[in-house]
Design a protein around this ligand. Structure first.
Ligand code: NAD
Length: 443
């Protein structure tokens, strides 16, 4: 099947790559000419395990192509995916400028029938809005166009995006006609063989499903973080509590890890957007607002632990930092807790020496000129003479470090861990003082 993909970020590129892998003929369009030129040469700028290889294979096979020519992309596919960004605006609502720009291009250039798929996360009602907008533009131009909007939200997780798209848990499809249902079935057939993963519903329900899923996950994180705060103040250990509640199958172990707050490109902005939508609809969103408030506090938690230990004035101090990405296996630093921490440390006069396996280039792009940040080539290199080691991301390679070396290299033997990676008793044997989330200083 011929497919066009608009917006070649994490979602667009991964979708395009797995669609091309199974044999679909995919033409990708983005307004970022530098990115497109790099992709045409097989260079993948973002880090996602296995993605660069897959893109190069499909590029060589001719099933995956890249362009900045919107007209060519509009004319190519029988299905057009809109996968552009929908970042927050100042009032918290989702910015639909990119989505609207693509739909306007479709109205301008398309003559043959088309199924338009909303892949981007968009507020409930956007599908109806696009349907009306395109119909009006086409009518105003004195033409007609046979088209339909489908909502097909994306649930991939950065870091395991390829696996998630090759074997999705579920394929949510909001439709208004039997023709769109049939087209979406044909499109997803290669990903739907083991059992039927496709869930058809109306457009608005599909749009809300995406927000509801992300808000539920964010709620789980803020819930456990609030329990962690309580545990710390009441002298309990949240790690014991986490396992205790996870053993109940109604609760389960997934997504209840305490930490230094959620970040990334989705949870924060999707929460804000749903709260905004609720306000517009005259509905309460008090639970969602509480989830946000807990998270905002939690993102300040590591700095609070630093301040508790070292005092308010951090001038002259240097902190070693492991982990810049908002989670492991990605280079994405959008709304990452590491950024809140670094910026608070700098404001208090401290310097930071940091290491991340994949996000160094992103940190360089964001803070390259800031002399208060020094990026080092290995996790060990950040340690020498630092006042403490701080941990923001649970990369595999941080989980069993050489504690004797850490104790030797740090100026003060202190680890402040935003991901609860270590056993406090073991660290005590190395003479390291260990502060984590919801555990107090357990020894
Ligand atoms: P991204 O910022 O990585 O990529 C968006 C791309 O869209 C950029 O390359 C940008 O240049 C391009 N773009 C913007 N306007 C355009 C236009 N008018 N025409 C063509 N291209 C245009 O974003 P992302 O992380 O891939 O997210 C895309 C959407 O998918 C968002 O709505 C997001 O909420 C949703 N989503 C993201 C994830 C994730 O993990 N990143 C998961 C599920 C859903």
């Amino acid at each position: 099947m011929k497919i066009s993909v608009f917006g070649i970020g994490y979602v667009g590129l991964v979708q395009a790559a797995v669609m091309a892998e199974v044999g679909h003929d995919v033409l990708c369009m983005d307004i970022d000419a530098v990115k497109i030129a790099q992709l045409q040469r097989g260079q993948v700028r973002l880090y996602e395990p296995g993605l660069a290889e897959l893109v190069r294979e499909s590029l060589e096979a001719g099933r995956l192509r890249f362009t900045t020519d919107e007209r060519a992309a509009v004319e190519h596919g029988r299905v057009a995916f809109i996968a552009v960004g929908t970042d927050s605006q100042a009032d918290g609502s989702a910015d639909l400028a990119g989505v609207l720009a693509v739909s306007d291009a479709i109205a301008r250039h398309r003559r043959d029938p088309l199924v338009i798929v909303e892949k981007s996360t968009v507020p409930v009602g956007t599908g109806d809005r696009l349907q009306a907008r395109i119909a009006k533009a086409v009518k105003d131009a004195g033409r007609s166009l046979d088209f339909e909007i489908v909502s097909n939200p994306e649930f991939l997780k950065e870091g395991s995006a390829l696996a998630d798209c090759r074997r999705p848990d579920r394929i949510i499809v909001g439709i208004t006609s039997a023709h769109a249902r049939e087209t979406m079935r044909e499109l997803y057939e290669p990903f739907n063989r083991n059992h039927d993963r496709m869930l058809f519903m109306d457009l608005r329900s599909a749009e809300l499903t995406k927000y509801a899923a992300n808000c539920m996950l964010a709620t789980k994180i803020s819930f456990i973080n609030q329990m962690a705060e309580l545990a710390e103040h009441l002298g309990a250990d949240i790690e014991a509590v986490r396992q205790g509640i996870g053993a109940d199958p109604r609760i389960g172990y997934h997504f209840i890890y305490p930490g230094c707050g959620y970040g990334g490109s989705c949870f924060p902005k999707d929460l804000r957007a749903l709260i905004h939508s609720a306000g517009e609809a005259g509905c309460a969103s008090d639970l969602l607002q509480a989830v946000e408030a807990v998270n905002a506090r939690q993102k300040g938690k590591l700095f609070e632990l630093v301040r508790r230990h070292f005092g308010d004035d951090l001038r002259g101090r240097t902190f070693a930092l492991w982990g810049l990405a908002f989670k492991p296996n990605t280079d994405d630093m959008r709304e990452a807790p590491s950024r809140d921490l670094m910026e608070a440390l700098w404001a208090a006069g401290a310097r930071v020496r940091a290491y991340d396996p994949e996000a160094m280039h992103e940190a360089q792009r964001l803070y390259g000129d800031d002399e208060r940040l020094q990026l080092m080539g290995t996790p060990e290199a950040v340690l020498s003479g630092a006042d403490a080691l701080l941990i923001c991301t649970e990369w595999q390679q941080f989980k069993a470090p050489d504690f004797a070396l850490i104790a030797r290299k740090l100026a003060a033997p202190v680890i402040i861990d935003g991901r609860n990676l270590f056993d406090p008793e073991r660290l005590a044997r190395y003479g390291l003082r260990y502060f984590a989330i919801g555990r107090g200083e357990r020894l």
